[in-house]
Design a protein around this ligand. Structure first.
Ligand code: ADP
Ligand code: MG
Length: 327
């Protein structure tokens, strides 16, 4: 199978009539027609073998994740997904792998009405780069820069299970098989919180998605908004789903491991966002409308810096740096 057969077979579908894509795969450019009054929201994420995933990962999960991490960026901006491009570097054409990858990718794309409109395909080390295009009413995108002192800090869903799975797969932390299976789902098949992001427009004062770890990622909101925050570590640490699993003994699962996974974990693809205290019931309604749990874990402060406190308000030493490719 050659390059063009591969594209035609796995990555070409007619564009949806009435959708934002006017022209899809096959020409030199795709054409998108965003609705009047909307701004385009654009983001790219690259996944590199050995860096972001294991060589033997299930290709279907990889197809899901490659798109999911991009949709998560749209979610963080409160943008509705429209379309995406796929730049793929493959060592060789292995049809079962391509079929699995395409299946995982199409399933998630269809669930969000997001169309594949183009890309590039070359031979080389396995590397997947997706660019997503979404739309948001002009001026309504959720940004990192809008947090104000006194706002509440929230996170969606659960945190830390992806990191726990990674530690177990690397042989650092033994886990019962059923616990690992569940945590591994979080690592390999993250859920982009698109519906929540849309609901939070006009309610959240700032937002971002959590890809590199709570502490480091929230620091980006602090920098962009020129504020500080106090995070209740005990509330945050409760958000690791694996610790509530009946097969986990407390001896296997100490507080330090939970804190490390939740605070510096990464790969969660949940949303962190701030909102004025006057919006508490609106945040609860947004969570309910999107079917996504949200938990209030902190308070934005005027004084810069990220402080960790325990449930009694006592300071907790911050040893929870985020992942950085070049450190
Ligand atoms: P060009 O030479 O103009 O860069 P290509 O020959 O690389 O175009 O690709 C032909 C068409 O197939 C283009 O419309 C391109 O967007 C599309 N395409 C290439 N690779 C992919 C892919 N992995 N997924 C979707 N579309 C692709
Ligand atoms: Mg090309």
């Amino acid at each position: 199978m050659g390059e063009f057969d591969l594209i035609a077979h796995y990555f070409t579908r007619p564009v949806r009539p009435g959708g934002a894509a006017v022209l899809g795969v096959g020409d030199d450019c795709a054409l998108l027609a965003p609705s009047p009054g909307m701004q385009l929201a654009i983001s790219s994420d690259m996944l590199v073998e050995g860096r972001h995933f294991f060589a033997d990962v299930d290709p279907e999960a990889l197809g899901h994740k490659a798109l999911a991490v991009n949709l998560s960026d749209l979610a963080a901006c409160g943008a509705r997904p429209l379309a995406f491009t796929l730049a793929l570097s493959l060592p060789r054409v292995h049809e079962p792998w391509l079929a699995g990858f395409a299946r995982g990718m199409w399933q998630l794309a269809d669930a969000h009405g997001c169309e594949l409109v183009g890309g590039d395909t070359t031979q080389g080390p396995l590397n997947i780069c997706i660019t997503v295009f979404g739309e948001v009413p002009s001026g309504e995108a959720l940004l990192r820069s809008g947090a104000r002192p006194g706002d509440d800090l929230y996170v969606s869903g659960t945190l830390g299970d992806a990191r726990l799975a990674l530690e177990a797969l690397l042989g650092h932390t033994p886990l019962p098989a059923d616990v690992l299976a569940r945590a591994r789902q979080r690592l390999e098949r993250p859920t982009p919180r698109v519906a929540l992001g849309l609901q939070l427009r006009g309610i959240a004062s700032s937002a971002m998605d959590l890809s590199d770890g709570l502490v480091g990622d929230v620091s980006h909101i602090l920098t962009a908004s020129r504020v500080g925050v106090a995070i209740n570590v005990d509330l945050a640490t409760n958000l690791i789903a694996s610790s509530a699993h009946p097969s986990i003994g407390s001896s296997q699962f100490d507080t330090e491991l939970s804190r490390r996974c939740v605070l510096s974990g990464g790969d969660d693809y949940e949303l962190a966002f701030t909102a004025p205290t006057a919006q508490r019931s609106a945040v609860a309604a947004a969570a309910a409308a999107s079917g996504t749990a949200v938990t209030r874990i902190g308070t934005v402060l005027a004084e810069p810096g990220l402080r960790l406190v325990d449930g009694q308000g006592r300071p907790v030493e911050n040893r929870y740096a985020s992942f950085d490719h070049f450190r």
